[in-house]
Design a protein. Structure first.
Length: 198
């Protein structure tokens, strides 16, 4: 089974491409969903997080208190490395298990959608990498419209990410998303059969 990594920048249209692929019957695994699953109450990774950071990173329901964890990461850069050392292997194991299940079901192609696969180096795990990209003006406008942000805040968020050009540089295919939905759909319709998806 061919496994394609799908990534892009914030508000570049990655989730829209994932939806269009699903509409074609291509299974898409979401790394963000996997990340939430591995820290769910009762999950081994959550127990490791509590062992490393203490019970104050849990909310009153026993789930990970994301704002509290985020605050720890901001004040202590080493905390991010500790957290990632716990969660990343668990996320990859979760995705591998899901991919094995799709393979057993007879799928010829599957896609893993992950925002940070270039940053983490996990893009090397996939047979191909597809990057959804957009021009800076369109990306900024989409982010402001989607999240109701002021322009300065949206610009800062985009600037904090790896530039899209660096993601494009490692791509096997780039889906340009500066037009309308139909233009993007046409690109997906062209690229999916080439990947071996029917």
């Amino acid at each position: 089974m061919k496994v394609i990594g799908l990534t892009g920048g914030i508000a570049s249209g990655k989730s829209t491409v994932a939806r269009l692929l699903r509409e074609r019957g291509i299974p898409v695994l979401d790394a963000d969903q996997a990340a939430r699953a591995v820290v769910a109450p009762g999950a081994p990774a959550l127990a490791q997080i509590v062992a490393s950071f203490g019970p104050e990173v849990l909310d009153t329901q026993g789930a990970l208190d994301r704002p509290a964890m985020r605050a720890r990461i901001i004040e202590d850069p080493g905390a991010r490395r500790t957290l990632e050392a716990i969660t990343h292997p668990a996320i990859f194991a979760h995705l591998r298990e899901a991919l094995a299940e799709l393979h057993a079901q007879g799928h010829r192609v599957a896609v893993v959608e992950a925002a940070l696969m270039v940053e983490t180096g996990s893009y090397k795990l996939y047979d191909e990498v597809w990057v959804v990209s957009s021009d800076p003006v369109t990306q900024l406008m989409r982010l402001q419209a989607r999240d109701g942000m002021e322009e300065a805040q949206a610009r800062a968020l985009i600037a904090a990410q790896l530039p899209l050009a660096q993601k494009e540089a490692i791509a096997d295919a780039i889906l340009w998303n500066h037009g309308d939905l139909e233009a993007l759909r046409a690109q997906v319709d062209r690229i999916a059969p080439k990947a071996g998806a029917q």
